[in-house]
Design a binder for this molecule. Structure first.
Ligand SMILES: NC(=O)C1=CN([C@@H]2O[C@H](COP(=O)(O)OP(=O)(O)OC[C@H]3O[C@@H](n4cnc5c(N)ncnc54)[C@H](OP(=O)(O)O)[C@@H]3O)[C@@H](O)[C@H]2O)C=CC1
Ligand SMILES: O=C(O)CCC(=O)C(=O)O
Ligand SMILES: [Mg+2]
Length: 415
C-alpha cells in the first residue's frame, strides 16, 4: 500500500499538468475479472514506459482499495484513504467494481465520478484492423463519446415503492402539483426516480467536447438526446448545447438552424454542431456510422451508446475510457465494461480495455511515446491473431491466449 519514497505527485498549474519522471499513480484492482486484467495491463504499462524512456521514467504504482477487496479488508466499500489518494495524486486508473441490481450499495464507480466531480466520461471508439466485428464495415466507426458523468438519473435520487420516503414524496408531490400527479398511472405501487439535468452541467460537458473536436481536427459534434419526450431535461441539454456552441465558440446557425457551424476565422472553423434523437442515433450507428464523429450526450444515453458502439468495433473487450475534470485535472481511467463475474479468476478475458485505458492515461500525461508503443503492441498482437477468447471465437485461424498471455503478446509486439 505504501509508495516508494522516490515517487512524486502530479500537479496542475493553470492549464498544464506537471508530470514528474516518477509519478505516483493510484490504482484500484477491481472486482470480478479486475485482478486478472489489472495484472496483465500493469505489465504492459511498465514495459511501455521502460522502453519509451530508456528507464528514465517510471510509474510508482500505489494500490488503493475499493469494492469487495476494501470491504473485506477494512469494512468500507470506498474508504476515505482511497478518495484522498485520487484527490491528492490527481490521476489514477481502476478496474471494474460490482454494483448489485435492485437493492444493496449504490455504484462505487458512479460515486467516484460524482465525489471527484469527474464530469466527462470520455470513451473513444475506434476500429483496430483485424478485430472481428458483427458489422460489415467496422472501420467506418470512428467516434469519441463525451458522456455527462455527474447528473441525470445517475444522481441516485430514488424512492423505493412502498417505502415511507416514497409515500411522503408522493404526498408532497400530489399536493404541490395535483395535475401532474394525475399522470402517475399506479400511484400506490409506484417507485420514483429524479432526473436532474442542468445548464452548468451541460455547458461544461459540451464545451469539453467542442474543445476536443477543435484540438483533434474532428468534423462534427452531435448532441444526442431524447428531448422530444423529456423536454426540460434532455431537451434542455440540446438547447444549452447549441447555446454553448454559439456563445463560447462563435458557432452560427446553418440553413435556419438549429444545426450550427463554427465560422471561418475562429478556431475549429467548419466544425458542425448538430443533434439527433437517441433512438434514431442508435440505428444510424449501424446504417451510417460515418455521419458521426464526436458525440456529446447525457449520462444514461452515454452508457447505452458506449456498449453499442463498442460492439460495432469488435466488443467490450477493447473499449477504454477516462473520467476527467478538465478544470481541476483530476482523472480516473477505466474500461467501459464491468466485472464479468462468470469469468472471475480464470485468467481468460481480454485485458485490452484496461490496456487502452492506460494508453489514454499516458496521452493525458503527455507520455505519448509510451502510448504509441501500446498501440503498436496491441496492433501487433491482433495482426498475429494471438488473441483472447472473445476474439478467437470469431476469428479464423486465431491462436487462443489467456488474459496474461495476451498482455505478454502486446509487450512482445512493442519491439
Ligand atoms: N465501470 C465499472 O466498473 C462498471 C461496472 N459494471 C458492473 O459490472 C457488473 C457486471 O456487469 P455486466 O452487466 O455483466 O457487464 P460486463 O461488462 O461485466 O459483462 C458483460 C459481458 O461482456 C463481455 N465482457 C466484459 N468484459 C470483458 C472482457 N474484458 N473481455 C471480453 N469480454 C468481456 C462478456 O461477454 P460474453 O459473455 O459474451 O463472453 C461478459 O459476459 C455489474 O455489477 C455492473 O454494475 C458494469 C459496467 C461498468
Ligand atoms: O457503475 C456501474 O456498476 C455501471 C456503470 C456503467 O455501466 C458505466 O459507467 O458504463
Ligand atoms: Mg456501462
Amino acid at each position: 500500500m505504501t509508495a516508494d519514497k522516490s515517487g512524486q505527485t502530479i500537479k496542475k498549474d493553470g492549464d498544464c499538468l506537471i508530470v514528474p519522471d516518477q509519478p505516483i499513480i493510484p490504482f484500484i484492482e477491481g472486482d470480478g475479472i479486475g485482478p486478472d486484467i489489472w495484472r496483465a495491463s500493469q505489465r504492459v504499462f511498465d514495459a511501455a514506459v521502460e522502453k519509451a524512456f530508456d528507464g528514465n521514467r517510471r510509474i510508482e504504482w500505489k494500490e488503493v482499495l475499493a469494492g469487495e477487496k476494501a470491504f473485506n479488508s477494512v469494512g468500507s466499500w470506498l474508504p476515505d484513504e482511497t478518495l484522498d489518494a485520487f484527490r491528492t495524486l490527481l490521476v489514477g486508473i481502476k478496474g471494474p467494481l460490482t454494483t448489485p441490481v435492485g437493492g444493496g450499495i449504490r455504484s462505487l464507480n458512479v460515486a467516484l465520478r460524482q465525489i471527484l466531480d469527474l464530469y466527462v466520461c470520455l470513451r473513444p471508439v475506434q476500429y483496430f484492423t483485424g478485430v472481428p466485428s458483427p458489422v460489415k464495415a467496422p472501420e467506418k466507426t470512428d467516434m469519441v463519446i463525451f458522456r455527462e458523468n455527474t447528473e441525470d438519473i445517475y444522481a441516485g435520487i430514488e424512492f423505493q415503492a412502498g417505502s415511507d420516503d416514497c409515500r411522503q414524496f408522493c404526498k408532497i408531490f400530489s399536493e404541490a402539483f395535483p395535475e401532474r400527479w394525475k399522470k402517475v398511472r399506479f400511484p400506490d405501487s409506484v417507485g420514483i426516480g429524479i432526473k436532474p439535468v442542468s445548464k452548468e452541467g451541460t455547458t461544461r460537458l459540451v464545451q469539453a467536447a467542442i474543445q476536443y473536436a477543435i484540438a483533434n481536427g474532428r468534423r462534427s459534434v452531435t448532441l444526442v438526446h431524447k428531448g422530444n419526450i423529456m423536454k426540460f431535461t434532455e431537451g434542455g441539454f440540446r438547447d444549452w448545447g447549441y447555446e454553448c456552441a454559439q456563445v463560447h465558440f462563435g458557432a452560427k446557425e446553418v440553413d435556419g438552424g438549429p444545426w450550427c457551424q463554427i465560422p471561418e476565422g475562429k478556431p475549429g472553423a467548419g466544425i458542425v454542431i448538430k443533434d439527433v434523437i437517441a433512438d434514431a442515433m442508435l440505428q444510424q450507428i449501424l446504417t451510417r456510422p460515418e455521419d458521426y464523429d464526436v458525440i456529446a450526450t447525457l449520462n444514461l444515453n452515454g452508457d447505452y451508446i458506449s456498449d453499442a458502439l463498442a460492439a460495432c468495433v469488435g466488443g467490450i473487450g477493447i473499449a477504454p475510457g477516462g473520467n476527467v475534470n478538465y478544470q481541476t485535472g483530476h482523472a480516473i481511467f477505466e474500461a467501459t465494461h464491468g466485472t464479468a463475474p462468470k469469468y472471475a479468476g480464470q485468467d481468460k478475458v481480454n485485458p485490452g480495455s484496461v490496456i487502452l485505458s492506460g494508453e489514454m492515461m499516458f496521452r493525458y500525461l503527455g507520455w505519448t511515446e509510451a502510448a504509441d508503443l501500446i498501440i503498436r503492441g496491441l496492433n501487433g498482437a491482433i495482426s498475429a491473431k494471438t488473441v483472447t477468447y472473445d476474439f478467437e471465437r470469431l476469428m479464423d485461424g486465431a491462436t487462443l491466449l489467456k488474459c496474461s498471455e495476451f498482455g505478454d503478446a502486446v509487450v512482445k509486439h512493442m519491439a
